[in-house]
Design a protein around this ligand. Structure first.
Ligand SMILES: Nc1nc2c(c(=O)[nH]1)N[C@H]1C(S)=C(S)[C@@H](COP(=O)(O)OP(=O)(O)OC[C@H]3O[C@@H](n4cnc5c(=O)[nH]c(N)nc54)[C@H](O)[C@@H]3O)O[C@H]1N2
Ligand SMILES: Nc1nc2c(c(=O)[nH]1)N[C@H]1C(S)=C(S)[C@@H](COP(=O)(O)OP(=O)(O)OC[C@H]3O[C@@H](n4cnc5c(=O)[nH]c(N)nc54)[C@H](O)[C@@H]3O)O[C@H]1N2
Ligand SMILES: [Mo]
Length: 795
């Protein structure tokens, strides 16, 4: 989130789109209802289903799953046409006036630079025209035909209301009503906030879904202000923390990049990833990449990291291709992986295309599972009849189950969606033989060290060089790790206060630069529990610690105009008064600068602006574009028939052949959560299992009548990959939509199917899904695929 949960009470308009906050984030959603009750705010929900968020919304608009970009690009067209943009903001704080290179182009669904032999883009033309000093050229009048604003106008021109309505299935009146309400927040004294999660991410265009919304927020001037922002509602309680700490296969902690095999030494790496300022005076905060990187290496390798050995840079793994989970499974299927560790994830249940996952796991020599529970993954080899029809005798994999503790059995911090690092304390001792994850991993690491020492072996250095100075070698404490992440001044041995103190010369160590300040010489800032809120605006500076730098609202410089005057007197975060900056939040800029010199609010961008045109930052284009889901109920793209799907989506060999067509599988399948269960974890919890014991799917009344399916009947839902048999819930909450003149039905599929738990045994819903994924994040397209449905025999 750019903002935070409590801040939502300040909004005038909340839009839940690409998520179902009332259901999946019921506690945080309380801040939305707070805004509705006390701030006269309205709530809009745009979703294929009339879900629990829609049930309390002022406005609900249905849309076909996988078509949000058409909806939102159409909205941009509307905002530009109706002059509902915040012109001053757009001119000063976005790259709308920047001039794009002459060789940039968009044609028939493809951006310039596409190579159809590799299905990748050469992104060089997706950039600004530069002047002789290497700075971007800008046209403050925004009349240049190649300035971003005019290119954007041209790009969205195709998305007129009729086209949008016929792609999305949203009735035109409902669509225009949503545009009108959102457009009304373009003035300085109105704020809109977007809340989203998987309804946007789990698509082959996931990152671009979110980008389109972010562009709208920039055009409206809704970024950097109270009650505004781009707000990702995170999944597992600490998934924000997992992302911060480099959950993805190409990251290092603090959103640094993991080197690839072309970054041959530290200098090459730093040259590659340290951007040069693209406008005079812009902060370009990533210019600190060398200090962040060297401090990270010092944290990893301690005294073994020296200037002479590039601070141990060579010991970092270098990637040659993307090793996301779907890729790992694919490699297992092809016999390219022998041993595999699964920690805290129920892979067989939650990853796409269960049949393929099962095949992959069966090909391993050994599988180590670190989990608090025995689940479908740890017994993937067991024949469970129709639910897991495998031939155990032919599975060679040796499985080691290592029982772990869970969060309540250890102390530590959890980063919430609003970037607050909140410390919690151990509540109980672990049962039986359970050990904490760090203890298990330390044990394995120490054993590897011993084996290298005693027996030798290939490439011992990365293991030998690891700094390991915990009080109890085989059980590092959360407190020690938290301080290590915060970072030390190695010349004094003191904890650092701020990442501005980090150095590139090896004199500081820091495990994740964005967390610096979480545990200083003053103590554990994450454990602070003073909830006083002097301004009444939800800024509680002494409650926990918000990264970065205890800042509560990112890009807060944009809450003021260029001259440092708050754009909305009722939402003052900061202001430039009497020759200095003052206010209630930690400035997201160098507060020693005066108003005009600091007017580059988007400090992580090399030009200091919010990007309507994304330079070379996303794999699938500098502007978003509507592409159909890979399994599409209309089978082609009405905008450009030659390019139906995202041309650079995550693809695997043989995957294209595994897509179903709308002739065979006419209905859109989409999977989602319910409040009563948390993924498949709580299906092991007796009370949760009692609350929601039986898996089911949702089907609209028209389709149910056509198929002769009554409420409570058993049905078989089939995709090109496999099938599930479950109960039907016939509901008014789903309605057919009119898409390109064709009636499209959606089958709603809760994701909580388990057969190794306390609920009624049911199929795993990922029998149905496909591993095709987003071009940037590789997230699978769980929200839009094709299925068929028929009445079935029960069990
Ligand atoms: N009680 C409970 N809470 C949870 C979870 C849980 O299982 N149970 N899971 C947690 C996890 S790990 C996560 S990641 C989050 C997920 O949080 P959410 O993303 O809010 O949850 P979902 O139910 O997966 O999907 C949300 C909505 O997206 C809609 N949708 C589907 N396709 C589209 C589309 O193309 N466009 C739009 N606009 N909407 C679409 C679905 O109909 C659904 O209403 O929740 C977390 N919270
Ligand atoms: N079809 C479909 N598939 C989906 C989704 C969807 O919407 N539709 N959503 C996707 C999303 S967003 C997510 S997050 C995934 C979730 O997928 P999973 O992460 O596989 O789901 P969970 O059921 O939350 O499983 C978490 C596991 O961690 C274990 N665990 C709990 N605490 C600890 C601990 O401290 N240490 C260790 N080692 N283990 C622990 C639990 O016992 C449990 O087995 O599913 C994804 N799959
Ligand atoms: Mo998630």
């Amino acid at each position: 989130m750019t903002n935070h949960w409590a801040d939502m009470k300040n909004t005038d308009l909340a839009i839940v789109m690409g998520g179902n906050a009332a259901e999946a984030h019921p506690v945080g959603f309380g801040w939305v209802t707070e805004a509705m009750e006390h701030n006269n705010a309205r709530l809009i929900v745009v979703d294929p289903r009339f879900n629990r968020s829609a049930a309390v919304a002022d406005t609900y608009a249905p849309l076909r799953s996988g078509t949000d970009i058409a909806f939102l690009l159409g909205m941009i067209r509307y905002l530009l046409e109706k002059k509902q943009i915040n012109v001053e903001y757009v001119k000063a704080y976005t790259n709308a006036p920047f001039i794009v290179r002459e060789d940039f182009d968009f044609n028939e669904g493809l951006f310039s630079g596409f190579d159809d032999t590799t299905n990748t883009y050469d992104q060089s033309s997706w950039f600004y025209e530069l002047d002789d000093d290497g700075y971007a050229k800008v046209d403050p009048t925004m009349t240049h035909p190649r300035c971003v604003l005019n290119l954007l106008k041209k790009h969205v021109d195709r998305y007129d209301p009729d086209t949008v309505s016929s792609i999305t299935g949203t009735p035109k009146e409902a669509y225009l009503d949503v545009c009108q309400q959102i457009g009304a927040t373009h003035v300085d004294n109105k704020a809109a906030t977007f809340l989203y999660a998987l309804g946007w991410t789990q698509h082959s265009v996931g990152a671009q879904n979110i980008r389109t919304m972010a562009m709208i927020q920039l055009l409206l001037g809704n970024m950097g202000i109270m009650g505004g922002g781009v707000n990702a509602l995170r999944g597992h309680s600490n998934v924000q923390g997992a992302t911060d700490l480099a959950l993805l296969c190409q990251g290092l902690p603090g959103y640094l990049k993991l080197p690839n095999d072309a970054d041959i030494n530290l200098e090459a790496y730093l040259n590659h990833y340290t951007p040069k300022a693209l406008r005079p005076g812009s902060t370009n905060y990533w210019h600190n990449t060398p200090a962040f990187t060297v401090s990270l290496l010092k944290s990893f390798y301690g005294e073994h990291a020296t200037a002479a050995n590039d601070f141990g840079y060579d010991w970092l793994p270098k990637w040659d291709q993307q090793y996301d989970i779907s890729k790992q499974i694919d490699m297992m299927v092809h016999g390219e992986v022998h041993g595999y560790f699964i920690q805290g994830i129920n892979t067989l249940n939650s990853q796409p295309d269960k049949q393929k996952v099962s095949k992959g796991l069966s090909n391993l020599k050994f599988l180590v599972i670190l989990d608090a529970l025995a689940n479908e993954t740890s017994s993937f080899w067991r024949n469970a009849g129709q639910f897991n029809d495998v031939d155990t005798a032919n599975i060679q994999t040796e499985v080691f189950r290592l029982p772990t503790t869970c969060f309540a059995e250890e102390s530590g911090s959890i980063a919430n969606s609003g970037r607050w690092l909140q410390w919690h304390f151990k509540g109980a001792n672990p049962p039986g033989e359970a050990m904490s994850d760090p203890a298990i991993l330390s044990g394995i690491m120490l054993e590897l060290k011993r084996l290298y020492r005693e027996e030798g072996g290939r490439l011992p250095e990365p293991i030998e060089a690891i700094k390991w100075d915990y009080a109890i070698e085989h059980e590092p404490s959360s407190e020690e790790i938290a301080k290590e992440m915060n970072g030390y001044d190695l010349t004094t041995g003191k904890l650092l206060n701020s990442f501005s103190e980090l150095k590139a010369d090896g004199s500081t160590a820091c495990g994740i630069w964005i967390y610096t300040g979480q545990w200083t010489e003053e103590g554990n800032m994450m454990a602070r529990r003073d909830n006083s809120d002097p301004s009444g605006k939800g800024i509680t500076p002494n409650w926990s610690f918000a990264w970065p730098a205890n800042r509560r609202i990112l890009y807060n410089r944009a809450s003021c105009d260029v001259h440092g005057k708050p754009r909305d007197p009722s939402r003052v975060l900061l202001e430039y008064k009497e020759g200095k900056w003052q206010g209630i939040d930690v400035p997201d800029f160098n507060a020693k600068l005066n108003a005009e010199d600091s007017a580059h609010p988007f400090i992580m961008q090399a030009d200091g602006t919010g990007h309507l045109f994304a330079l070379r930052q996303l794999k699938d284009g500098p502007f978003p574009e509507h592409y159909e889901p890979f399994e599409s109920p209309i089978g082609s793209n009405p905008l450009h028939p030659k390019v139906t799907n995202n041309p650079v989506a995550r693809m695997f060999q043989g995957l294209r052949e595994s897509f179903g067509t709308s002739e065979e599988f006419p209905y859109v399948g989409t999977t989602y959560s319910m409040t009563e269960h948390f993924n498949n974890w709580t299906t092991h919890c007796r009370l949760a299992a009692i609350t929601q014991p039986q898996h089911f799917i949702e089907i609209d009344e028209t389709l149910a009548a056509e198929k002769g399916i009554a409420n409570g009947d058993w049905v078989k839902v089939t995709s090109k990959r496999s099938h599930i048999i479950t109960k039907a819930y016939v509901t008014k909450r789903l309605q057919p939509m009119l898409v390109q003149g064709k009636k499209v039905h959606t089958i709603g599929i809760p994701r909580h199917g388990s057969y190794e738990a306390l609920t009624q045994k049911s199929y795993i819903v990922n029998e149905l899904t496909s591993a095709v994924g987003d071009a940037n994040t590789q997230t699978p397209e769980y929200k839009a695929f094709l299925v068929n449905i028929a009445k079935a025999e029960g069990f």
